[in-house]
Design a protein around this ligand. Sequence first.
Ligand SMILES: [Zn+2]
Ligand SMILES: [Zn+2]
Length: 108
Amino acid sequence: MMEGATWLIHKYVMHGFLWILHSDHHDHSTERNLEKNDYFFIIFAIPAIILMCFGSRQGFNYLFYIGLGVTLYGMAYFFVHDIFIHQRIGFLNKTKNPYLLTIRRTHK
Ligand SMILES: [Zn+2]
Ligand SMILES: [Zn+2]
């Protein structure tokens, strides 16, 4: 479900009314360590924190696990997208696997 949610949010929110925060992720004319796009880490963490907070106060019901799933998805996304694809911290950068290198090269 997070893949579908991410696709929709990227297309209609990040490329919509929050383009002001997302544009520097596609415009690499000003490369810095941090991008305005990184605010989305905070934005996407808020519903996950709220879900885990409410879920834990209700006997760790389904809300907690939805929030946990969103968090684990975010962590996986960070590893694949920010560390591997964008090479933001010089780690996971030695692969010669043609499939992985194609993913990195074709990511826009
Ligand atoms: Zn985009
Ligand atoms: Zn990217």
